[in-house]
Design a protein around this ligand. Structure first.
Ligand code: ATP
Ligand code: MG
Length: 309
């Protein structure tokens, strides 16, 4: 099924070069000694237990940039108020899949989504669905903290103000900063520039800014990769607390982090087709404890034990 083609804009389009797509990366289909990796096809019917009421149901999702199929046939469900981690080698399509959950790919000229993502059973890409509303309900935190060049207060109040909220902003700001475990550190300097905060504080500010519009889901794309271990630990603690109220999907390169914070883990990798073009695939999706102790697919095992990627 083809869903809403995107308007191409040569100014922004960035197609991977042929060299980029066929770059000789570590071959995920062979062991280093040349013996072929035994490939067990991912069976979407063998969903991890406990997903009776999923927030998202992704079926046969493929994502194209121009005519390049970056991600192929992803089928998975995201559990309510759970933390789902996506791991896998660079370029396997983690960010691409993550961006589909709140239609951020709509903003990339040339990006196109095939397949289906249901959000509480409703087609997220249906004609009647407003992508702006989608992004309010499904917020995103990026790799690099990106506070606006405004005060701490105005950063948090920004989203509610855009939504027309005029009263009770002080309470909204305070609650969001509490939830993001930042209140104690900034309560006496709410009018100071957000840019004066440390990187870890800026990232918690961005989480607070996301929370302030009361989303249901928070998507996080490598939210700790620019942070030191102490700031990372704070964000991980925060995620545990947030998961009581929000559904979280996190992309991380840090496998310890995936193992520490998530309930379920999806492992993606890039298959190389006959023409030498790489396509991201979901290899295995299961309870995090299963993925890290008894993975079913050799490629997952190779990745989590550091043998490729
Ligand atoms: N805006 C874009 N235009 C064209 N191709 C893109 C675009 N964004 C990503 N791609 C390509 O899609 C593939 C998947 O990229 P993606 O960024 O989703 O990977 P990733 O798993 O998040 O990698 P990383 O771990 O390095 O962040 C790559 O081949 C990449 O070059
Ligand atoms: Mg990425």
């Amino acid at each position: 099924m083809k869903i809403r083609p995107q308007r191409p804009s040569p100014r922004h389009s960035r197609h991977p070069s042929a060299a980029e797509r066929s770059a000789p990366v570590t071959d995920p289909q062979h062991h280093q000694d040349g013996t072929p990796v035994q490939i067990t096809p991912y069976d979407p019917n063998r969903e991890p237990p406990g997903l009776a009421d999923p927030v998202f149901q992704v079926s046969d999702l493929s994502v194209f940039y121009g005519d390049y199929e970056a991600v192929r046939d992803v089928t998975m469900s995201i559990g309510h108020r759970q933390i789902t981690a996506m791991i896998g080698p660079s370029g396997c399509g983690k960010s691409t899949v993550l961006r589909c959950f709140n239609r951020m790919n709509d903003l990339i000229p040339g990006a196109r989504v095939n397949g289906k993502i249901a959000y509480h059973g409703e087609d997220l890409y249906g004609d009647h669905v407003d992508p702006i509303e989608v992004r309010h309900r499904i917020g995103m935190v990026f790799q690099k903290p990106n506070p606006f060049p405004k005060s701490i207060y105005d950063n948090i109040a920004y989203g509610p103000r855009v939504n027309g909220v005029r009263r009770g902003l002080d309470d909204i700001v305070e609650e969001a900063l509490h939830q993001a475990a930042l209140w104690d550190e900034v309560k006496d300097k709410l009018k100071d520039s957000a840019l004066a905060l440390s990187g870890g504080q800026q990232q918690r500010l961005c989480i607070a800014r996301t929370i302030a519009v009361k989303p249901e889901v928070i998507l996080m794309d490598e939210p700790c990769s620019a942070l030191d271990p102490i700031a990372t630990a704070k964000i991980e603690d925060l995620m545990h607390n947030l998961a009581q109220q929000y559904t979280i999907v996190i992309v991380t390169h840090n496998m310890q982090q995936a193992a520490r914070v998530s309930d379920r883990t999806a492992f993606l990798t890039a298959d190389v087709d006959k023409a030498g073009v790489r396509h991201g695939r979901l290899v295995e999706y299961d309870l995090t404890s299963q993925i890290f102790t008894t993975p079913q697919d050799e490629r997952t095992e190779a990745y989590i034990t550091g043998r490729f990627g």
